[in-house]
Structures are given as structure tokens and as C-alpha cells.
Ligand binder design. Structure first.
Ligand code: AMP
Length: 478
């Protein structure tokens, strides 16, 4: 196996790695670093937790040391928390250089960010929305001379999910030089490969980890089949069991909406589990504070939406529980990748209802790995069922008494205004679309009913005909 020196890293940087316990390159580092150091564009697709961040941070730091200037490198990433995590690796690995990094994400003070940008940092780590805002509103910094453009979790940046980055990416790509090195990394690159090739135009070096499965071998992947109404009781039972047996384990529970995240957090607290949450409706400062407390193991139970699904590197996480089965296999891959990182073991348990079985099948097909059933003593779960469901209902009522839904509505309106749309007009358009859709649905239903009726009529006629023929035949023989 190669070592960092033979990959082309300078001695001082190898020493810096050693001090951080990074002694031998992981496969993604071994394969992607030499072409990056040669000046090639690179697309790296490797399992989550396999050292992707260092695979691009190390070559950038090395190149920066040869010709230091600002702004030298721009890293884009989909979530604010990831931006902080990446910036930290730049800060630590580039310390001997005096590397100056700057983080540009939403939810934080824009004026101090503008000042930091005008101070010519070597590396800017940003989420696309806020950086695009700065580009549109200020001319005190320039990205015209960057040497590296890096898209971390590149597929998420390009897909049009609940946060669509397309417009902001267009703004950013409009101000970076065409002559640059472009590096694209993710655990799930292949779905958006075509779009990505348009960004990394210089015949990129493409590397994908060879293994059959898209999750690491150290991850024990399980499911529990449960009726919807018993799901929360299973969750409480699992948390209770894990905390009783392993008091040093940290657990992340993923759920699908901000509201569910809030309710589950309240519910877990009612059961005396010290719990914190992470979702996009929280203030950014609170998000960072909660994540810091979870990272430091002050709290060992985190309930989160998919904002925490990608890239977060928290070594103490031993268990991931999916309270809902992810609708997209790649979301599953990212969620469960929060455990079993950097060679450690971990377990991922997905709560599956009868309506989610097809989702599990597509997760297994994409992941090339079967989920095994997680053994649970059902009697123990049924014992707490009523108490759990009553507690959940109480928490829901408590939350309804706050202005949580109202806040969500206000956030949506704010977002639309920021996108230059009129919220009232949008609501009208949405209602009209809904009306058209329901008309279409009813029309389709009516057509289907009339086809069925026609078919039934034809069948009846056929049967009658057959009966008559039979009758005639019996008469003739008689
Ligand atoms: P990442 O996939 O970039 O999120 O990295 C996962 C974890 O692996 C981080 O905590 C890194 O510090 C760690 N790591 C990165 N490269 C290596 C390496 N070569 N050897 C050991 N640990 C590493």
C-alpha cells in the first residue's frame, strides 16, 4: 500500500497528517490525490466515512503552499454544518501554512461574512445560496482567480430536491474562471454523472470505490417490520435498550419532517432521554450549538431530519435509526453513513411499515446488500405501547399550542420572496394546479369506470351467447 509521501505530498504535510492520526491513505485518497496533484479534474465516488474530505483538502493545501494567494480555492457543499466541518479540516491541515479560511453560510451575519471575504482568505467554504447572495450584492471580493472549485456532495448540489441550488450555482459558475481544476466528490455520484461532467469539463479523472455494496462492511444493516401505530413504541424500546447496555454510545434518529423531528424530541425528553434535535426550521446558531453538544457527547441522542444525513463525521455514533424508511435509496446510504465511519463498527435499523416494503426492496437493489431483521421481544414493546402513544399525542398537542406550523408558513413565504416570487400568487397557482390535478384524476377515474363497465357488458354478452349456443346444442342432441 502507498504512503502519503509516495503519493506526492510534501514532508511537512505528511507530518501534519501523522499528528492527526492520518497515517495511511484510504483508497479514495490513494487513487484521487495523484491526479489532483498532477492538475487534473477529478470525480471521486466513495463510501461515506472513507476519507473523502482529506482526499481533496490535502492536495489543495499542498498546491496552496507552492503558490499562496487568496482566494485560491472555493468549496461548495449543501449544508451549513458540513461547511464548518470541511473548513475545520482545511484549518487543521493547513495550520503550518497559516491558511486563512472563511465560511459563508446562511443564517449567519452577512456583514461580517462580507468583511471576511474582502480579506482575501485562501479558502472559501460555502453553501450556494448565501455565496450567490454575496456575489449579487457586493463587489469587494473576486472569485476570478480561484485555482480549485470543489463540489462536495456534488450530486445533492445538482439535483432539484427540496432545496434547489440550480440558480445559485449558475450565479457562482458565472464568476469563477473557466481555467480551473474542478473536483467533485460524493458517496452517490453515479445518478447525476451526466450533469457533473458538464461542470468538470477537462476530461476528469473518475474514480469509484470498487466494492459491490455502497455501504461499508462494518455496518450492520437491519430492519424492523412494524405497523405505523407501533413505530414509536419500537423507537422508545430500542433507545432504552441501547442506552441501558452501552452508556457511551451516541445515537442518531432520522425522521422525515421538521415537525416530526420536534415531536419525537419532545417525546424522548418525556421518557427522560437527554435529547437534542437538528432540523431546518431551527435558528442557525441553535443548530450549531446542538451539533456541538452532540459531537462532544454532552447529549447522546440526536433526532434529525435529512439536514444531518450527509457527510457529518461524528466518531461516537454507533447507531442510526430510521424512524421513516427513506423514499430514495441514496438518502438511506447517506443517513446510515453517519455510523461505522473510518473502519469502526456500527448498526443501522430502519423501521419499516407494510407500505414501505417496496422502498426497502429498492434500497437493497441499489445498495447490493440485504437488510436483516432486527430481533426484538415484541411483548416488551407492547407493554409500553399505550404509554408511548399517549405521550406522543400530548407532545403533538403541546406543539400545536405553539406557533410551529405558523412559523413554517412564514418561512415558506420568506423563501418565496427571496426567490423573487409573490407568495399569494404562488398560493393561488398551487391551488389552481391542485384543482386541475383533481379534475384530471376524476376524469381518469370516470374513463376507467366506463371501460370497466363496457368490459363487464361485453363479458355478459359473451356468456349469454355461450349459454344460448349450449342450449341449442342440447336441444339438437335431444
Ligand atoms: P470523511 O469521509 O472525509 O468524512 O472522513 C471520515 C473520517 O476519517 C474523518 O474523521 C477523518 O479525519 C478520518 N480520516 C480521513 N483520512 C484518514 C486516513 N487516511 N486514516 C485514518 N482516518 C482518516
Amino acid at each position: 500500500m502507498a504512503d502519503f509521501s509516495s503519493l506526492g505530498l510534501s514532508d511537512w504535510l505528511v507530518k501534519q497528517c501523522t499528528q492527526l492520526g492520518i497515517n495511511k491513505p484510504t483508497p479514495v485518497q490513494e487513487n484521487c490525490m495523484p491526479p489532483i496533484l498532477e492538475g487534473r479534474d477529478c470525480m471521486g465516488c466513495a463510501k461515506t466515512g472513507s476519507g473523502k474530505t482529506a482526499a481533496f483538502v490535502l492536495p489543495v493545501v499542498q498546491k496552496l503552499s507552492e503558490d499562496p494567494y487568496g482566494i485560491f480555492c472555493l468549496v461548495l457543499t449543501p449544508t451549513r454544518e458540513l461547511a464548518y466541518q470541511i473548513a475545520e479540516q482545511f484549518r487543521v491541515l493547513g495550520k503550518p501554512l497559516g491558511l486563512k479560511e472563511c465560511i459563508i453560510v446562511g443564517g449567519m451575519d452577512m456583514v461580517s461574512q462580507a468583511m471576511a471575504l474582502s480579506n482575501q482568505p485562501h479558502v472559501v467554504v460555502a453553501t450556494p445560496g448565501r455565496l450567490a447572495d454575496h456575489i449579487r450584492s457586493s463587489n469587494t471580493f473576486s472569485l476570478r482567480k480561484i485555482q480549485f472549485l470543489i463540489l462536495d456532495e456534488a450530486d445533492r448540489l445538482l439535483e432539484q430536491g427540496c432545496t434547489d441550488f440550480t440558480k445559485d450555482l449558475e450565479t457562482i459558475l458565472g464568476v469563477v474562471p473557466a481555467k480551473r481544476q474542478t473536483l467533485l466528490f460524493s458517496a452517490t455520484l453515479t445518478d447525476t454523472l451526466h450533469d457533473l461532467k458538464n461542470i468538470a469539463m477537462n476530461k476528469p479523472f473518475f474514480w469509484e470505490s470498487k466494492s459491490e455494496t455502497r455501504t461499508v462492511e462494518e455496518l450492520d444493516q437491519r430492519y424492523i417490520l412494524t405497523p405505523e401505530k407501533v413505530k414509536d413504541a419500537y423507537l422508545v424500546h430500542l433507545i432504552q435498550t441501547f442506552t441501558d447496555e452501552h452508556d457511551d454510545w451516541s445515537i442518531i434518529v432520522f425522521t422525515n419532517t421538521c415537525k416530526s423531528c420536534q415531536v419525537l424530541t419532545m417525546m424522548m425528553r418525556e421518557f427522560n432521554f437527554p435529547t437534542i434535535c437538528l432540523h431546518s426550521m431551527m435558528k442557525q446558531k441553535q443548530r450549531f450549538a446542538n451539533l456541538a453538544k452532540f459531537k462532544a457527547s454532552v447529549f447522546k441522542l440526536l433526532i434529525a431530519t435529512d439536514v444531518a444525513a450527509r457527510g457529518l463525521d461524528i466518531p461516537s455514533v454507533q447507531v442510526v435509526i430510521n424512524h421513516n424508511t427513506p423514499g430514495l435509496p441514496k438518502n438511506y446510504i447517506h443517513r446510515v453513513g453517519r455510523t461505522a465511519r473510518a473502519g469502526r463498527n456500527g448498526v443501522a435499523i430502519t423501521l419499516v411499515t407494510q407500505y414501505d416494503i417496496h422502498l426497502v426492496q429498492s434500497i437493497e437493489a441499489q445498495n447490493h446488500a440485504k437488510l436483516k431483521e432486527y430481533p426484538v421481544v415484541e411483548k416488551e414493546v407492547l407493554k409500553i405501547l399505550t404509554q408511548v402513544n399517549v405521550t406522543r399525542r400530548q407532545c403533538e398537542i403541546k406543539l400545536e399550542a405553539t406557533d410551529f406550523d405558523e412559523k413554517k408558513e412564514i418561512n415558506k413565504r420568506k423563501q418565496l420572496i427571496l426567490e423573487g416570487k409573490d407568495p399569494d400568487l404562488e398560493a393561488k397557482r398551487k391551488a389552481e394546479l391542485e384543482k386541475i390535478r383533481s379534475h384530471k384524476k376524476k376524469f381518469k377515474q370516470r374513463i376507467e369506470e366506463s371501460i370497466q363497465k363496457q368490459k363487464r357488458g361485453q363479458l355478459k354478452k359473451k356468456l349469454m351467447k355461450r349459454k344460448q349456443i349450449k342450449k341449442r346444442a342440447t336441444k339438437v342432441t335431444a
